[in-house]
Design a protein around this ligand. Structure first.
Ligand code: TYD
Length: 195
């Protein structure tokens, strides 16, 4: 039987990776085999993005790189899912739409175009969970681990957050208030996944 493909989205500092690890453990102890994966990936295009080697101020070029990375990732995701594994993925197409249309440095890509380039290289997740959080709170959390991405700027993340909420409404994502205590967050996520 094919497994499930579950995506977690949210701005930096929303707590996605910790939650994904906790969910993976819970599912594992219930006998459900999972794969935890993330974008940008650790494949060649993901590593190029992470290296910062592409010094280019075009948001469209960045969007194409994130999307190219995703095109490779999608074939892995489909394979894992077809093998019966439950794929827990930290970020997917909504990250590109929310971040690259939010206009860092005053330039932005169009949302429609971002959706268009992503459509042929993605599969629709069985469920996307958006961890919604105020960027001030998110940045305080990131501050504790040290800012590491040029995208971690409060004002910009406010626009990313509002883009995420728009996409969530359009695409039927489940939205969770990520400012709540960790154990509550995990409980609510498990409840949603149980449905
Ligand atoms: P992040 O999830 O923070 O990765 P890690 O924690 O492993 O460094 O992603 C890195 C940054 O890339 C983050 O600020 C969000 C941004 N990003 C985009 O702008 N567009 C995208 O499509 C993706 C996948 C990430």
């Amino acid at each position: 039987m094919a497994g499930r493909f579950i995506v977690f989205e949210g701005i930096d500092g929303a707590g996605k990776s910790t939650l994904i690890d906790e969910v993976s453990k819970k599912l594992g102890s219930a006998g459900i085999k999972t794969v935890v994966t993330a974008e940008p990936t650790e494949g060649p295009i993901g590593m190029l993005i992470r290296s910062g080697a592409v010094k280019c101020t075009s948001p469209n070029a960045e969007a194409l790189l994130f999307t190219a990375d995703r095109a490779c990732h999608t074939s892995d995701i489909v394979r894992w899912r077809d093998e019966g594994l439950t794929v827990l993925c930290d970020r997917y197409y909504a990250s590109t739409v929310a971040y690259q249309s939010a206009g860092l440095d005053g330039t932005a890509s169009g949302k429609e175009w971002l959706m268009d380039i992503n459509r042929p290289v993605t599969v629709e997740p069985d469920m996307t969970i958006l961890l919604d959080i105020d960027p001030e709170v998110g940045m305080r959390r990131v501050g504790q681990r040290g800012a590491k991405s040029k995208y971690e700027v409060t004002e910009y993340l406010g626009r990313v957050r509002s883009n995420y909420l728009d996409i969530a409404r359009e695409r039927g994502f489940r939205v969770i208030d990520a400012s709540r205590p960790r154990d509550e967050l995990l409980r609510e996520t498990m409840k949603i996944l149980g449905e």
